[in-house]
Design a protein around this ligand. Structure first.
Ligand code: ADP
Length: 489
């Protein structure tokens, strides 16, 4: 096993993890992983292709029947051990995560514990995969419903939560009795490889969980989606790539779970607790420098409190500390890569040229090549690109509105439907707005809504299926109905 120790507090695997073995790419190829805060190359990881992916699929297929036959108790114990190992090394894992992703260390630690919490949750849920009995129409038969694992699953995961997005897929899959092949994002493969190492230490059998790093996501994605041996694709990432994977999966009629982009409205009514709304907006907008799919993308503020909200929000945003995630007190890290920085700059420029006003920020930050100042934009209108596209950067557009029906209509005027937020102290309004928003998740008077016990997922073009919660296992289970006949004497 090749590990890198130079840049990290713990040895980090640099190879693919296939069938319980650590392997180089067949051609010995590697790709570089860069710390986005410094631009330094921190690792060179095995660059897998078609042959390695096929090998991982074959290993998963071979392991599938044995894993499905384990008792729920056995799977639960292994998942629990995996979780315990992750929590025990949370500080070291967080530092590696910060070095590959850039997010502040405190957020990285939070992510590791959040990822581990999915393993814990699904360790518990593994034992509750209940079936059903249904009264039969015939006196001589009985109807029984059981649930069985769907089989080999492939997970394609993003760079913005390199640990947690994978753990919430792997926890559910393994709890259900499925095997999994994971393809982490090319920007952040290290957290996935470390998770695989912990899985191995926890006793996950060979082939049950494999990780294939690659710089050629499209090629590996095609192998995974076209293989008849892969029963399910689970993806978190952009809507565009989700659409490609859904199309590619059509040929073999795979089950597909997609957690895609968002364009979250964050609505503040003039009857809201303003302090709470400000606090919620900070969390919902600036976590991970604005690079989450549930980040507030459009902040709608009612006319009566608009000026006050804009002034106080801008004060808070101006005070955010922009720095390398390892610097104590850092609150805003870098964008993940040049494309992320360029998109942020493009959306800002097009908003300004269409009449938006920069209330603070509005330019790159000299903390490093990929840093952008946390920015608040006033006078934004719903037709601007910044209000229509997923921003994925530290820009907060403020949009004024007048009444409830108008703001619900504006909020729903998008192809996306992942998360939405609304602040109001009027109970009737909270229900009307909560029910009226066409989103999979709504935070009322809360800016942080993700947790393992609740169903995460979107409607419209934000996705298919739900992750976490007791619903999260359904996507990894098939329902089988058995008719037990011939019971008459
Ligand atoms: P982002 O734009 O946030 O980087 P992506 O959707 O491009 O989001 O990336 C999410 C994941 O999808 C990553 O693991 C990436 O490597 C992978 N990916 C990107 N393009 C493809 C593709 N054509 N087929 C399969 N996976 C892909």
């Amino acid at each position: 096993m090749k590990e890198q120790t130079d840049n990290f507090p713990i040895p980090v695997p640099m190879q693919a993890f296939i069938d319980g073995q650590w392997l180089d790419a067949d051609d010995g190829g590697v790709f570089e992983v860069t710390n986005p805060s410094t631009g330094t190359v921190i690792a060179q990881v095995a660059d897998c292709g078609v042959a390695e992916t096929l090998r991982a699929i074959a290993a998963a297929k071979a392991a599938q029947a044995g894993w499905a036959k384990t008792t729920a108790q056995e799977r639960s114990t292994i998942l629990r051990r995996w979780r315990d190992l992750m929590v025990a090394q949370a500080d070291e894992l967080a530092l590696v995560l910060t070095r590959e992703n850039g997010k502040p260390l405190a957020e990285a630690k939070g992510e590791i514990l959040y990822g581990a919490a999915y393993l814990e949750w699904f360790a518990e849920e593994a034992r509750r995969i209940y079936g059903d009995t249904i009264p039969s129409p015939s006196p001589t038969s009985r109807i029984v419903v059981i649930k069985q694992p769907v089989g080999v699953c492939a997970a394609i995961t993003p760079w913005n939560f390199p640990n947690a997005m994978l753990m919430r897929k792997a926890g559910a899959a393994l709890a259900a009795g499925c095997t999994m092949i994971a393809k982490p994002a090319e920007d952040t493969p290290l957290s996935a490889l470390l998770a695989a190492k912990l899985a191995q230490d926890a006793g996950v059998p060979p082939g049950v969980f494999s990780v294939i790093p690659t710089s050629n996501a499209a090629q590996v994605g095609r192998v995974l989606t076209s293989s008849p041996d892969v029963s399910k694709i689970t993806f978190t990432g952009s809507t565009n790539v989700g659409r490609i994977l859904l199309k590619q999966s059509a040929e073999t009629i795979k089950k597909v779970s997609l957690e895609l982009g968002g364009n979250a409205p964050f609505i503040v009514f003039d009857d809201a607790n303003l302090d709470a709304a400000l606090q919620g907006a900070m969390v919902a907008k600036y976590r991970n420098a604005g690079q989450t799919c549930v980040c507030a993308n459009r902040i709608y503020v009612q006319r009566g409190i608009y000026a006050d909200f804009a002034r106080r929000f801008t004060e808070r945003v101006r005070a955010l500390k922009v720095a390398d995630g390892e610097v104590p007190g850092a609150e805003i890290g870098p964008l993940i890569n040049v494309a992320g920085l360029e998109k942020t700059e493009r959306l800002l420029q097009s908003a300004v040229s269409a009449g938006a006003e920069v209330l603070c920020g509005g330019s790159p930050d000299n903390a490093g090549a990929l840093f952008y100042k946390p920015t608040v934009l006033g006078q934004v209108t719903t037709d601007m690109d910044i209000a229509r596209e997923e921003i994925f950067g530290p820009l907060a557009p403020l949009i004024m509105f007048d009444d409830e029906e108008e703001v619900i209509a504006m909020a729903n005027d998008t192809d996306y439907g992942l998360a939405a937020y609304a602040y109001t102290n009027d109970l009737g309004r909270a229900w009307r707005v909560g029910e009226g928003l066409e989103y999979g998740m709504v935070g009322i008077n809360e800016g942080l809504i993700s947790n393992p016990v609740a169903p995460f997922g979107g409607v419209k073009q934000s996705g298919l299926g739900r992750e976490g919660s007791h619903y999260g296992l359904d996507d990894y289970l098939e329902i089988k109905y058995m008719l037990m006949g011939g019971l008459g004497r």
